[in-house]
Design a protein around this ligand. Structure first.
Ligand code: ATP
Length: 215
């Protein structure tokens, strides 16, 4: 369960997220849309612990989110805008990095990685360097890396922006499957078809959040 309580995020004088509150229970998908600069990424970063809140708090399953390492260890997965992949590593290596700290048998980790690459349609591309892949393929590797972590919270920041219709549907279906597995999912998107497919839809504008469809 994600609980965002009266959260404000500011960079100096600039208020990017203004007193925002909502809950996302496990099993649900919330879409957040809104114009460029509205504060969507800042909201996702705050939930991920990647940016400090100026006031309010984010609580995930009882943990008050304070910083990125503790949020990540608690199962808060961020699929960042612009993919955040290491360009000179292979797709498979990128998927393995966040899993290295988990004390799982190597064969289990390998199985999850192969399944995640297959799920995004890149089973044949695991050994390609990220910099050799197209923008859309890189975006799908980032999604595969996100779902491979089997988090309790998935934060997808514009994860379909470079995809064709088929792959966009594939990624939306995968994020939905993550919710069915029990994750609470938040998607920041400019795409109305992605927003329509979510359980709830909110719009941000100048840091303020209003509901289009409540969860
Ligand atoms: N690290 C930062 N330092 C200063 N200002 C920032 C920083 N990150 C974001 N901002 C500003 O905060 C505001 C919200 O940005 P944010 O990236 O959260 O919006 P967004 O809705 O995700 O936009 P987009 O759809 O273009 O990704 C913008 O005015 C942006 O310029």
């Amino acid at each position: 369960m994600i609980s965002v309580k009266d959260v404000t995020v500011a960079y100096g004088e600039l208020v990017a997220v203004a007193d925002v509150s909502f809950d996302v229970p496990p099993g649900f998908v919330l879409a957040v849309s809104g114009p460029s600069g509205a504060g969507k990424s800042s909201l996702l970063w705050a939930i991920a612990g990647a940016v400090p809140v100026r006031s309010g708090k984010v609580v995930v399953d009882g943990l008050v989110i304070a910083d990125r390492p503790s949020a990540a260890a608690h199962g808060v997965v961020l699929i960042p805008q612009g993919n955040g992949l290491a360009r000179v590593l292979t797709a498979r290596e990128n998927l393995s990095l966040p899993l290295l700290t988990e004390r799982k048998p190597a064969e289990d980790v390998e199985r999850v990685i192969e399944k995640s690459l297959t799920d995004v349609g890149l089973a044949e591309s695991g050994d390609h360097l990220v910099e050799e892949l197209s923008g859309g393929e890189q975006q799908r590797v980032a999604v595969a890396r996100g779902i491979a972590q089997q988090g309790k919270v998935i934060l997808a920041d514009e994860s379909t922006s470079e995809l064709d219709g088929t792959n966009r549907e594939r990624v939306v279906d995968l994020l939905r499957a993550e919710a069915h597995r029990g994750a609470a999912v938040v998607i920041a998107t400019h795409d109305s078809t992605v927003a329509d497919s979510a359980d709830g839809h909110a719009v941000m504008d100048e840091g303020r959040l209003t509901w289009v469809r409540r969860l």
